[in-house]
Unconditional design. Structure first.
Length: 314
């Protein structure tokens, strides 16, 4: 049900209009809608993979909240990726990209999976030749400024990703408009726990429910020793095991969870934080056991589900 509501809701949205609960996006170029439409075609077309077997949507499926239901996605030749595919919803508000934040812009991020040997495994130069050889793509790139180039390909894919914006949930109706009945009793109690004793807002903050920063929660730690995480990018040992805080918008659709897809359900995620994460030599100071009852846990999950579904039209 939530999946169908999401797809119908996204289909009605203006590519640059901010829904209730989210800030306005920067002004777009005059041909941004055309670039986003080209990006949409490319996103669903396996032409960008070496053997034409997978597309961007193979790992970022709209009905799964633009994520993947597998812990690790399958790329060309069935090769497995090393990170869980995160949602692309609301990446228009992102500050950095990938779980370790190694890409500073969305334009840089969207090109990496094409050349990644575990994903699409196609050299960008070869991808551009393919696009130039297809008359439909040659015309479409001409309509946004010229021949297929790395910059034009990045612009088109990034424009499509930026258009996937999710807001105006029952939570937004309750908080922004004071519509008390937008949430039921369990959902309101879950919101209260999120904002008070749960302290979830310390990392999942702001209108997009993420601080866009990196925290070590113990996920992926073996014997207390964390993975490199953000430290692989910055070289700072204090950031070992730290991964980006994901948005909670659409979270009910994007199981499994965490950068390694190790938690299968929202209930497991809540239980993970209830116990204070996982032991690690570099655990974030914000992560500690929570004063939470079973009812609190169920209410928090109800709140997260409410945050994930579009509110009905009024």
């Amino acid at each position: 049900m939530i999946e169908a509501l999401l797809l119908a809701w996204l289909a009605l949205q203006d590519a640059r209009a901010a829904p209730l609960g989210l800030p306005e996006l920067p002004a777009a170029a005059a041909d941004e809608a055309r670039a986003a439409e080209l990006g949409r075609r490319l996103f669903f077309d396996p032409v960008l993979s070496a053997d034409r077997s997978v597309s961007c949507a193979s790992c970022h499926a709209p009905e799964k909240g633009f994520a993947d239901s597998q812990s690790f996605s399958s790329g060309v030749g069935g090769r497995k990726t090393t990170r869980n595919a995160p949602t692309i919803l609301n990446r228009a508000y992102g500050k950095s990209f990938f779980w370790d934040g190694r890409a500073a812009t969305l334009e840089a991020q969207v090109l990496e999976p094409i050349e990644n040997p575990l994903e699409m495994a196609l050299a960008l130069d070869e991808a551009l030749v393919r696009l130039e050889e297809e008359p439909g793509y040659r015309v479409a790139f001409g309509e946004i400024g010229g021949a297929p180039t790395r910059a034009a390909l990045a612009r088109a894919l990034a424009a499509f990703v930026r258009a996937q914006v999710l807001g105006d949930s029952p939570v937004d109706r309750f908080r922004a408009r004071g519509e008390f009945d937008a949430l039921d009793d369990a959902e309101r109690a879950g919101l209260w726990f999120y904002e008070s004793r749960g302290g979830c807002w310390r990392c999942h903050s702001g209108p997009n429910f993420t601080d866009e920063l990196f925290h070590a929660t113990g996920v992926g730690s073996q014997g207390g020793e964390p993975e490199p995480g953000r430290a692989a990018v910055t070289g700072d040992p204090a950031e070992r095991g730290a991964f980006k805080t994901p948005t909670l918008r659409g979270v009910a659709l994007t199981a499994p969870y965490m950068h390694d897809g190790s938690l299968a359900t929202l209930e497991e995620v809540v239980a993970f934080y209830r116990q204070g994460g996982r032991p690690s030599t570099n655990l974030d100071a914000r992560i500690a056991p929570l004063d939470m009852t079973d009812e609190d846990a169920a209410n928090l999950v109800a709140f997260l589900r409410a945050l994930s579904r579009p509110a009905p039209p009024r």
